[in-house]
Design a binder for this molecule. Structure first.
Ligand SMILES: Cc1cc2nc3c(=O)[nH]c(=O)nc-3n(C[C@H](O)[C@H](O)[C@H](O)COP(=O)(O)OP(=O)(O)OC[C@H]3O[C@@H](n4cnc5c(N)ncnc54)[C@H](O)[C@@H]3O)c2cc1C
Length: 460
């Protein structure tokens, strides 16, 4: 089977009695054979397990990535469920150390209770584990920060031979370990830099997309955190710009028990766009998948209001529902030209899109394999939802393939934890640190115990 055929697998029905850890969260891939899961409850137990054998192993977090990133090679080997290695390990005034499998939600809740936050703004959900998020380059938005790994000060791993190694920012291989694709070792602890919480007011606007090519960079240069959803068919954008809230807004937020404060005026200018997008979504998604969650991800753009809250309350509000999500990073300096190209391509081909293009920009990352390595980057995200029967519409499928080709031609780098067609990319040309990463992998895992068929095809 070629890697390309693996790209958008069908979602399988739930089967009662099956160990859910044997499939990824979207239930579109099998990760290992029945009985292949081992769940150590301490780092010492994990070290013993790895030092006493030499078979293939693969780590599972919340299993939210495509199956090819998580499955054990050829289905034979051990899936390491690290759920037992979770929770706070230690903290200082401005750092926190969590076990690798701690869900991000727990990290964020701990920091929030101390009046702190990460510099890295969150993605749309916080169900991922810390180790899983680091390993795939999970990110949010804002040019003043980068991916979540950008806040890591120290990463501790158990290596393939069962020995323990710690990597801090001064270590020459830190750039590899920050985003290791699950291919270097088992992350058991991460120390993160913490800073004082900022309360933001997020202003939401619906604007014409006619000048999006220039507007996107301007919004990002002039505001702390920016997220935009572009509806090419309707030539409209909903843009959120978040900056420090005024004293009055902070007082009102605190008076409300520090719950997300919704401002009074609502804006209905996008309601017609929402209705036409919903029509397309209903046509493509036969049957009500996942209790109607895909529809709710679109209705949220109706009647929107400005809000005041912390970064998690404002941005971490995603509705997690199985989908095929393609997200490609483009250097910010080229994002305007790429928007122009997508506009031309859209006008020519009129593809069916049942979800807007998601635009999030981040600052440069020092992770060698981060899609934002070395430069400010704009991530272009495209979503197609599954139908209730687990299929994807033919139109959705062909739209994703076509748009990914456009972005790959423009030098795009795909998000490792989402779907992409690997045949479109020349990795050593895209990543100056590619060969150095491969060398680190040879040193840390010379027998490639952590390889999946997919990472082996990429890295061997
Ligand atoms: C609904 C949804 C919303 C999302 N939103 C965003 C978003 O806003 N921004 C964004 O950037 N991404 C987003 N993603 C992508 C998501 O963040 C990544 O897929 C992430 O890797 C998932 O973390 P996980 O804990 O599920 O890891 P898994 O998917 O279980 O694993 C990911 C990789 O990490 C490895 N791994 C797991 N645990 C360890 C460990 N202890 N040590 C070493 N390697 C390990 C695995 O082997 C695998 O290679 C989203 C995904 C979904 C499904």
């Amino acid at each position: 089977m070629t890697l390309t055929q693996l790209a958008y697998p069908r979602q399988e029905p739930e089967s009662t009695g099956e160990d859910i850890r044997l499939r990824n969260w979207a239930r579109n891939s099998r990760l290992g054979l029945p009985g292949s899961v081992v769940a150590p409850v301490s780092e010492a137990e994990l070290c013993d397990f790895l030092s006493s054998g030499d078979g293939p192993v693969r780590m599972i977090g919340s299993r939210m990535s495509p199956g090819r990133m998580i499955e054990v090679a050829n289905g034979a080997g051990t899936l390491l469920d690290l759920g037992g290695l979770s929770g706070l390990l230690s903290s200082t005034e401005d750092t926190v150390t969590f076990a690798g499998s701690t869900p991000l939600a727990e990290v964020y809740a701990f920091l929030t209770a101390r009046g702190q936050t990460l510099s890295a703004s969150p993605g749309v959900i916080a169900e991922q584990t810390l180790a899983g998020a680091l390993s795939s380059g999970t990110h949010g938005q804002g040019l003043g920060q980068s991916s979540i790994a950008g806040d890591a000060l120290m990463i501790r791993m158990v290596l393939a031979d069962g020995t323990v190694a710690e990597f801090d920012r001064a270590h020459p291989d830190f750039g590899a370990v920050q985003l290791g694709l699950g291919s270097l070792g088992v992350i058991t602890a991460v120390t993160l830099r913490a800073r004082e919480t900022v309360i933001y007011t997020c202003v939401k606007k619906a604007v014409d997309a006619g000048t999006l090519e220039a507007d996107l960079e301007t919004w990002n240069r002039e505001n702390l955190l920016v997220k935009a959803w572009w509806f090419p068919q309707e030539n409209q954008v909903q843009v959120w710009t978040a900056n420090g809230a005024s004293d009055d807004e902070v007082s009102r937020y605190r008076a409300g028990g520090s719950e997300l404060l919704e401002h009074e005026s609502t804006d209905a200018t996008m309601n017609t766009t929402v209705e036409s997008t919903l029509r397309l979504l209903r046509d493509d998604v036969t049957g009500v998948a996942d209790g109607g969650k895909p529809l709710r991800t679109v209705t949220r753009f109706r009647d929107f209001t400005d809000v005041t809250g912390d970064v998690y309350q404002v941005f971490c509000r995603g509705i997690a529902t199985p989908q095929i999500n393609v997200e490609i990073g483009i250097p910010l300096a080229r994002a305007g030209a790429v928007i122009r190209r997508i506009k031309d391509w859209h006008a020519e081909t009129r593809p069916r899109m049942h979800y807007p293009v998601i635009l999030r920009c981040t600052g440069a990352s020092d992770g060698w394999l981060s899609p934002s390595n070395g430069e400010d980057t704009c991530y272009f995200g495209f979503v197609v939802y599954y139908s209730a029967d687990g299929s994807l519409s033919e139109e959705g499928n062909s739209f994703l393939r076509a748009v990914e080709r456009v972005l790959a031609e423009e030098g795009g780098r795909p998000h490792w934890g989402k779907y992409f067609d690997e045949s479109l990319y020349d990795w050593p040309a895209l990543y100056p640190g590619w060969e150095a990463f491969r060398r680190v992998r040879e040193e840390l895992d010379p027998q490639h115990r952590f390889a999946t068929a997919f990472t082996a095809a990429l890295l061997d």
